[in-house]
Write a protein that binds this ligand. Structure first.
Ligand code: 5GP
Length: 197
């Protein structure tokens, strides 16, 4: 998605060979117009899958997931990282090791919101080693619902998350695919190389 790639080039900061910071439009401040386009793009790419629900994980998956939900006219459920006083019964849970925080969390969604007949689109902001997406797949499958696809805003294709998900037979659609973050540069899979400002 060209608009997203341009935004990454203009505002992304390469923190290391493995980590890209996009706090100005996705992970802290959010660009609503860009999120709207991202939602539209996910809706177009998964229009043939009969999606009935979107599942994401707090917090940075929520903005793109909500915009996709708006364009697909389906509800959005986000997995929560801490059990709260109000999220107590009939939970589906899985364990996620966070790539950026280097900590392991149990994440949960209520059984009430993912049902047996749901065709679920999983959405997240980044795909690195696939831990977050795999935890979401596990919870959806525990609910006996079907994972119809996985939509990722930024895939770091040099890490093995996409490979793991595709090996499970899952359809992965990533709007920006990064081949490398070497030398402080973002190189996209489509060969565009831009130096970050
Ligand atoms: P995974 O579970 O696929 O290893 O990592 C994906 C999760 O880690 C995403 O939900 C995202 O929050 C975070 N993440 C992974 N890599 C990056 C990165 O390069 N930049 C940022 N901002 N977050 C990342």
């Amino acid at each position: 998605m060209k608009l997203l790639e341009s935004k990454i080039c203009l505002e992304g900061k390469v923190l290391s060979e493995n980590v890209l910071k996009v706090d100005s439009f996705l992970n802290h401040q959010i660009d609503p117009a860009l999120m709207n386009e991202i939602g539209k793009e996910f809706a177009a790419r998964f229009s043939d899958e009969g999606i009935t629900k979107i599942v994401t994980i707090e917090s940075s998956g929520i903005a793109p997931a909500v915009m996709a939900g708006l364009h697909m006219n389906v509800p959005v459920v986000f997995a929560r990282k801490r059990k709260s006083l109000t999220l107590i019964d009939d939970l589906l849970s899985a364990t996620v090791h966070s790539f950026t925080k280097n900590e392991t969390n149990e994440v949960s969604i209520s059984k009430k919101y993912v049902c047996e007949n749901d065709q679920v689109l999983i959405i997240d902001d980044f795909l690195a080693n696939g831990q977050a997406a795999l935890a979401l797949v596990e919870m959806v499958e525990k609910a006996n619902a079907k994972v119809a696809g996985i939509g990722i805003v930024i895939e770091k294709s040099f890490q093995d998350g996409a490979k793991k998900l595709k090996e499970l037979g899952l359809r992965v659609e990533s709007l920006a695919r990064i081949a490398s973050l070497s030398n402080g540069e973002v190189q996209f899979i489509n060969e565009t190389v831009k130096e970050l400002v």
